[in-house]
Design a protein around this ligand. Sequence first.
Ligand SMILES: Nc1ncnc2c1ncn2[C@@H]1O[C@H](COP(=O)(O)OP(=O)(O)OP(=O)(O)O)[C@@H](O)[C@H]1O
Length: 406
Amino acid sequence: MATRVLESRFERMSVNDENDPGDGMKYQKSKMATSTSTTSTQLSQNAGRANLLKLALQNQNTTSTIVTVPSQAAQWRASNMQNGPTSPTRKARGSDELVRVERKSNPLYEQPITHKQFHLGMFEIGRPLGKGKFGRVYLARERSSGFVCALKVLHKNELQQGKVEKQVRREIEIQSNLRHPNILQLYGHFHDSKRVFLILEFAGKGELYKHLRRENRFPEWKAAQYIAQMAAALEYLHKKHVMHRDIKPENILVGIHGEIKISDFGWSVHAPNNRRNTMCGTLDYLPPEMIKPGSQDNYYTEKVDLWSLGVLTYEFLVGEAPFEDTPVMTQRRIARGEMTVPSFVSPEAKDLIKRLLVLDPEKRIPLDQVKKHPWILKHCVKGERASLRDSKSTGSKSSAGGQRDE
Ligand SMILES: Nc1ncnc2c1ncn2[C@@H]1O[C@H](COP(=O)(O)OP(=O)(O)OP(=O)(O)O)[C@@H](O)[C@H]1O
């Protein structure tokens, strides 16, 4: 059934589709589509989507044979996947529940690694998933294995014009070496004369930013579970001496189980000495040490991500960033740490925000303590009971006005 849905989705695509990128990457008709007996019209769109996601999960947990291989040119060098990633598994009740992500070995990585060169013909291209500044992202399926992934297409001339080649190269190098359930996996990449293709893990529930805008703000149980996952991912990154430097809802995707996937490593940096002095990131999320006048002289550390985690916690719970204002005022308020937490935020959550949004980077609460913070423990260790209690006391909607994901 699930396979048929996917087939019919691929079957429906045509080269005249208005979403055709017009860049020589036409939608391709699946060979398997002819074997279907159930037509797509018999299935509702929602059921189709749910089944597609189920198939993506099955593929990613069990049947994938995608491996990363060296690409044609040294500058787009790929990394190896010998240290296999971990796969999230569903632990919670009901389809609308956030989950604690559990590590599980993936059979893919127990198989011998076979090196093969990736090329576009190996993939069936599905529907567009979105568009960024420098390219488009498509749902894709590797033909031989049926592995479902997201294919990001970047045009070399646009990268050149935007002077972001170095940034993209760094993004590839860093992301392809990361294996964590809350970090979007980059499986490999390849290129032709005009384009660079990134083979990415498919995040079935899309952008976190859209979930937040839809719900306005998240209920505390959900925000706490997201922040716990963010803390785990950041801890992993920092242990590898990687600072993300651009943590914000727009750079977080949501996996098929509702788990967080940090993406967009365009601003991330591998800094083995743990100190950098480049100005980057998004104003609302920038920490004081990066916006101070003369900050060129002020080296900063991976603790910038702790500040951003505080801003993220605030935005999850309040619906807007804590220092949001005109650009000049935002900068001024960040430099002074000037913000107020609304009274509807619980004292425990407020405490965590205040411990993260500390002007002195060295005094910010470390990630291992974030994971043990009472607010996190309340919603994550006893997560299910806490979320039940919250939903009982506030009806179907949470006190934060948020609803469970459908
Ligand atoms: N792995 C993925 N799984 C599911 N959807 C994705 C995936 N990657 C990207 N998308 C969708 O495609 C959109 C464009 O992604 P892309 O990475 O090109 O740009 P971006 O990070 O949103 O923006 P920018 O180019 O400004 O950094 C995303 O906003 C998201 O909706």
